[in-house]
Ligand binder design. Structure first.
Ligand code: GNR
Ligand code: NI
Length: 169
């Protein structure tokens, strides 16, 4: 049982590209358990292993109101099913306190391994599709602030750096 510290922008470790999980074993299942605890505690609707400084392709998600629909995606990939996009206000546990609109494909097909190591596929739309794309971006070293203007991103960076300096002193 462990809450894992969450890296915050502009920490360069958030730019690490995660590696595929080779085998879904008890070590991976222990990481998933800690990630769920960390995500529910934060609280967030999703968490990518990258955010807790574990550079393997593992995502936890729960977009339900009751927080009783945990979803684990190991080695996730997605295909865009529809040209339609959706603009949604996004936030990120690694960019605390900032919320900005991001446009992404609205309808995707996700392929992943489950906790038993079996390949699974499903379609996702709306908030779930947004969340999955946001988390897969993390595994690729990408953050939602990368979709914003340079000016907005640099303002967010300065404010967070200032906050981190205050926290350290
Ligand atoms: O908790 C989160 N909320 C959220 C809202 C809109 C779009 C994406 C997200 S994911 C975020 C948690 C997080 O940072 N996951 O990486
Ligand atoms: Ni995030």
């Amino acid at each position: 049982m462990a809450l894992l510290p969450i890296l915050e922008f502009p920490d360069s470790r958030l730019r690490t590209i995660a590696k595929d999980v080779i085998e879904v074993n008890d070590d991976i299942r222990a990481i998933v358990k800690d990630m769920f605890e960390t995500m529910y505690d934060a609280p967030g609707i999703g968490l990518a292993a990258t955010q807790v400084n574990i550079h393997q392709r593992i995502i936890t998600i729960d977009i339900s109101d009751e927080k009783d629909e945990p979803l684990v995606l190991i080695n996730p990939t997605f295909e865009i099913l529809d040209v339609e996009t959706d603009k949604m206000q996004e936030g990120c546990l690694s960019v605390p306190g900032f919320y900005e609109d991001v446009t992404r494909p609205k309808h995707i097909k996700v392929t992943h391994l489950n906790l038993e190591g079996n390949t699974c596929q499903f379609e996702a739309q709306d908030l779930l599709a947004v969340c999955i794309q946001h988390e897969i971006d993390h595994l690729e070293g990408k953050l939602f602030v990368d979709y914003l203007s340079k000016l907005k991103r640099s303002r967010i960076k300065s404010k967070l750096e200032k906050a981190h300096k205050l926290q350290a002193s």
